[in-house]
Ligand binder design. Sequence first.
Ligand code: PGA
Length: 256
Amino acid sequence: MSEPTRTPLIAGNWKMNGSLAGSEPLLREIVAGVSELTGVDVLVCPPYVYLQSVASWLGGTAVRLGSQDVSEHAGAGAFTGEIAAAMLKDFGCDYAIVGHSERRALFGDTDERVAAKFLAAQGAGLTPILCVGETLEQREQGQTQAVVASQVQAVLDAAGVAAFANAVIAYEPVWAIGTGRTATPEQAQEVHAEIRAMIAALDATIAAQLTVLYGGSVKGANAAELLAMDDIDGGLIGGASLKADDFLAICRAASR
Ligand code: PGA
């Protein structure tokens, strides 16, 4: 199901990396490189504490800003250490990653909490990037489709299909994240098509417009073949988003 109206999106997830001093030159190079490209949307997701500085460096450029997570609690209140979606919006974020596998595996983000974060992000006007993906063990046991479907279903149950008109899904097989082992384009396409079909069963128009990113060891060298697949609409990039040259090579591969 190929839809020319889906503009590719390349999102950099810096994770807990970088420094204030190092972020500015990285951003300047990214902004300069992206300014020469057309037909691709580019987004960076720095650590929370750098959002304000990054927002000021990005001001007026084509590069958008997102957070790596968001509180599931929508309102203000006694939630020590949490950051509300409205605060992220205040600081210039347009997107929020929810349900990254590192949050799920290391910080107790259950399907229910991820769904609450998705809703909190949308409630404040942020576009959630919902991450889903199976572990190696689950893949080897033939559970990939069931795992991914249940992660998507948890958000469908909480938010309804209409919510996916303003959301992004990122398929990130856990075994491919930070390992240098990328899913083959065919492996990724198969899951992307299943995700889109799941949404299409509820609303074909929303499914056709839905941006589905692939994440997991995407690099300049493998980006083009992944992005050539019908249902792969961009990438969520970890390691390769920390070096301007590497990140821009991926953005270039997505550019049309
Ligand atoms: P990676 O990370 O590109 O370093 O594999 C991707 C991600 O975790 O989003």
